[in-house]
Design a protein around this ligand. Structure first.
Ligand code: ZN
Length: 296
């Protein structure tokens, strides 16, 4: 499943073509993805302009002038492909075929970008766990978006806030970090990576970071910094690639071999001077990778 850095990479790939573009026509080639497409899906978008392309957690949000907010989720295998006349080699714009997947091209947006030739933005999703929904009122009042925690990007997440979020929590630290009501969009891979960077065990009780000691303050500060850093590094590297995932511009992801602990069971820990080995354990039914020697 694409994690937040991949979703942000997709958003950045789509942004130059979609932001400011007029949606000329929408082809919905089936009535549903994971959920039914909204009533009058095409009619409510056609002829309108996309004023901004944002993101909240793993949702891509297209703000439509005088129209609904379009919420897109990539699910397990969803991707957007940009097709534009002229075969430009501008980053984020490409001319390439994925005809073998054409059966899974479910939604096609024909747009007139603010700059550049007309484009087709194709949503392809073999497994159909992705979805598109409308939000009518304020975004944070939509059931999918309301109650989401703080973004793990930017400066909002600091040690003080993280300590407050974890205070009194009697769950393992890993489980607390995966709780979307606390931090939104942090997934299995980057939780392992952030805990390794912060030298904190995924098994440690989350509440121990919320105590009023200087040791707890230090751990919370280190972890907040590590979370922001792993996400920022992954976005900078273009997002990780999980099997059939591709960038918005069609190129393959290239971050998958850069993980420090994730998927490195029995391999030497990369912490300088540690000498330990990465272990895999299962927490809440999902793999956790960590080094018991330097993560306490
Ligand atoms: Zn280690």
């Amino acid at each position: 499943m694409p994690e937040l850095p991949e979703v942000e990479t997709v958003r950045r790939g789509l942004q130059p073509v979609l932001e400011g573009a007029r949606i000329v026509r929408v082809e919905a080639r089936r009535p549903d993805l994971r959920f039914p497409l909204p009533d009058r899906f095409a009619a409510r978008l056609e002829g309108r302009r996309v004023t901004a392309l944002g993101r909240r957690a793993k949702y891509i949000l297209a703000h439509v002038e005088d129209g609904p907010l379009l919420i897109c989720h990539l699910g397990m295998s969803g991707s957007f492909r940009i097709e534009q006349e002229g075969g430009s080699d501008t980053p984020g714009v490409f001319h390439h075929e994925r005809s073998k997947d054409a059966a899974h091209d479910h939604v096609v947006f024909h747009v007139e970008p603010a700059n550049g030739p007309p484009a087709r933005i194709v949503f392809n999703d073999p497994r159909r766990f992705g979805f598109m929904l409308f939000a009518e009122g304020r975004p944070d009042e939509h059931p999918m978006l309301g109650g989401l925690g703080v973004e793990p990007t930017g400066n909002a997440l600091d040690g003080e806030l993280l300590a407050a979020l974890l205070r009194g929590k009697k769950t393992p630290l890993k489980a607390a970090l995966l709780d979307q009501r606390l931090i939104a969009g942090l997934g299995n891979i980057y939780v392992s990576e952030a805990l390794w960077r912060a030298h904190l065990s995924p098994l440690r009780l989350a509440g121990t970071l919320g105590k009023a000691s200087s040791k707890a303050h230090g751990m919370a500060g280190r972890l907040a910094e590590s979370i922001r850093a792993v996400i920022a590094d992954a976005i900078a590297a273009g997002g990780s690639s999980l099997r059939d995932y591709t960038h918005a511009d069609g190129s393959l992801g290239y971050f998958q071999h850069s993980f420090a602990v994730y998927d490195r069971e029995d391999e030497p820990c990369l912490t300088p001077g540690c000498g330990g080995h990465v272990q895999r354990i299962v927490q809440s039914g999902r793999s956790t990778f960590y080094c018991p020697t330097c993560q306490k």
